[in-house]
Design a binder for this molecule. Structure first.
Ligand code: ZN
Length: 111
């Protein structure tokens, strides 16, 4: 789906292929298609963040707010390519279902 499929690499991380090499499904069926992926990335980010906050509250009284904010920003930057790719992949999967038979059947572009 992406030119660079590594989840942790920054190189061209936002470059998407135009369409699926197997079934020719367009990866951006309309302009602004991935606007809603923002909400997916929000959900992906909030879950782990809340879990980390809870763990820190349980196990440590020594960690200051600023240490926490620093660690959080670092983690977000580190995982930005992963969050970006996963949220787009999840978003397109909500509307276009994966067809395991696509490789076997001749396909019309856009279907
Ligand atoms: Zn395909």
């Amino acid at each position: 789906m992406f030119e660079n499929n590594s989840l942790l690499s920054w190189r061209n991380f936002s470059q998407m292929k135009e369409c699926c090499p197997v079934c020719k499904q367009l990866y951006e069926p309309e302009p602004g298609y991935y606007y809603g992926a923002m909400f997916v990335s929000y959900a992906l980010t909030t879950g782990p963040t809340l879990a980390i906050v809870a763990l820190m509250m349980i196990f440590s009284e020594e960690i200051t707010t600023w240490m926490f904010v620093g660690a959080l920003v670092l983690a977000l930057v580190l995982f930005l390519p992963a969050i970006f790719k996963l949220s787009r992949a999840i978003w397109i999967n909500i509307f276009i279902s994966y067809d395991p038979m696509a490789a076997a059947t001749p396909h019309v572009r856009g279907h």
